[in-house]
Design a protein around this ligand. Structure first.
Ligand SMILES: [Ca+2]
Length: 447
């Protein structure tokens, strides 16, 4: 129904309210004049608002086709999952100097160089003399991350430097994102080369010294007849031969991640790229928002975060179970993003949305009510719906078998917001974020 029709309805109802409330009728049914006026006015008002609203919701297109998803009751936040404020002990680094550092790696560089001293001559009359002083070694800790404005940056001695860019500007809005590019997962391969998963462009190798980029898998190439629309994360074998990576959806792009979650789209895949044969294989299909990936320390399986289902799947890549798959952790207390190794042989999992229990979980409430989701997205934008999802940052450490070891919380995301990854390095957890303008660093000795 359009606005003009709505107005016509309201106009046709109003006069009747006044004229029908005659003293004769009042005497017949015994009700007071004022209560009847109130009742009729209320019903008229309700009808005049409901009818156009229903009309609008029926006529409007819904951008998603929501599926009913069955989730178990969320786990109780007790024991090791008991809420705390340990994440608030983190410190913010490089605030407002970078945006959305989703994934983080460190390269501990051992730089060796010959040290010469040049003795200068007076007024350049004589040729300079170089005196050899020996080999000098310098251990430098360098951090790399990909940001929301499409850059791959290097942070050394506190200084931020852009080393590469896979897409091109302008950047900054959702419309710009496909051309700008969005580096998400980042890993270090053998010889300190970087491997990057760009949501819009695909899989790339980046030279951290020169910034030279080399395309490995393009999103323009169909893989088994299906396109890659949302390349998310990657994990690399120690020998650099195989790269396992996720494509979260072939329908939705990164900028529409809320549509992907709310629709429950199940077209995500786990893929394998062979750096020698250059072949891409599909290992898993039918995943609902496959996100972070991590090879086990023994490199016998790959863990895949299945965000919409709040669980971690496992795919065996070697040994007797090769080609098999099972669930590593089910029914998690939040929606898992990236997963990284912990120094104790387990895994760090970052979550930016939790499923509180006790408490109300909007995501669980909506999971089996596709009609509410349809109505919601007919009327509201993704950005508006996002505001209804409470901000809550949660990082859990899992043991090698998938049990919870410890958890760090920041209810309301006061210090660490929108966490996407927990990367452990030298006794610290570096917390990546898909939208915050900083990196958080948590000293593990203080929690
Ligand atoms: Ca991710």
């Amino acid at each position: 129904m359009n606005e003009a029709e709505g107005l016509r309805q309201r106009r046709s109802c109003r006069p009747q309210v006044i004229t029908e409330d005659s003293p004769v009728q009042e005497a017949k049914d015994g009700s007071t004049y004022s209560s009847k006026v109130f009742r009729v006015t209320f019903l008229t008002l309700a009808a005049s608002l409901t009818v156009p609203l229903l009309g609008v919701t029926v006529l409007l297109d819904c951008p998603i086709d929501p599926q009913s998803i069955s989730l178990k009751e969320p786990p109780l936040l007790t024991g090791v999952l008991e809420p705390n404020i340990k994440l608030r002990k983190a410190e913010r680094l490089w605030e407002n100097q970078l945006v959305g550092p989703e994934s983080i790696v460190n390269i501990g560089e051992l730089i060796q160089y010959e040290h010469w001293q040049v003795s200068s001559s007076l007024c350049g009359l004589y040729q300079n003399e170089k005196v050899y002083l020996g080999i000098l070694s310098l251990k430098s800790d360098v951090l790399f991350t990909g940001t929301a404005d499409g850059k791959i940056i290097k942070i050394e001695d506190g200084e931020i430097q852009t080393i590469a860019r896979i897409g091109h500007g302008p950047c900054g809005t959702c419309e710009d994102e496909p051309a700008c590019g969005r580096p998400l997962g980042i890993r270090v391969g053998p010889n300190n080369t970087l491997f990057v998963a760009d949501a819009y462009y695909g899989l790339y190798e980046v030279n951290p010294g020169t910034g030279e980029t080399k395309m490995l898998v393009s999103t323009k190439t169909l893989i088994e007849g299906q396109k890659l629309s949302f390349v998310n994360d990657l994990t690399v074998t120690r020998d650099g031969r195989k790269i396992y990576f996720t494509d979260s959806s072939s329908k939705w792009q990164r900028r529409d991640y809320l549509f992907l979650i709310m629709e429950g789209t199940d077209d995500g895949r786990l893929l394998e790229y062979d750096t020698v044969t250059k072949e891409v294989k599909v290992l898993m299909v039918g995943l609902r928002f496959p996100n972070g990936v991590q090879l086990s320390p023994a490199e016998d399986f790959v863990l895949v975060q299945e965000t919409t289902m709040a669980r971690i799947r496992r795919y065996y890549v070697s040994g007797l179970m090769k080609g098999g798959a099972d669930v590593f952790v089910e029914n998690m207390p939040g929606l898992p993003d990236n997963i990284r190794l912990s120094s104790s042989g387990g895994y760090w999992v970052a979550m930016s949305a939790v499923r509180p229990n006790p408490g109300f979980s909007l995501l669980d409430f909506l999971s089996e009510k596709p009609w509410i989701k349809r109505m919601l997205f007919k009327l509201l934008s993704q950005e508006t719906v996002t505001k209804f999802v409470p901000k809550y940052s949660l990082v859990v450490e899992l043991s090698e078998t998938g049990s919870y070891r410890r958890s760090f919380h920041d209810p309301s995301g006061v210090m660490a917001a929108y966490v996407s990854e927990a990367h452990e390095h030298n006794g610290y957890l570096y917390l990546g974020s898909f939208r915050s303008p900083f990196i958080c660093r948590l000293n593990l000795q203080h929690v």
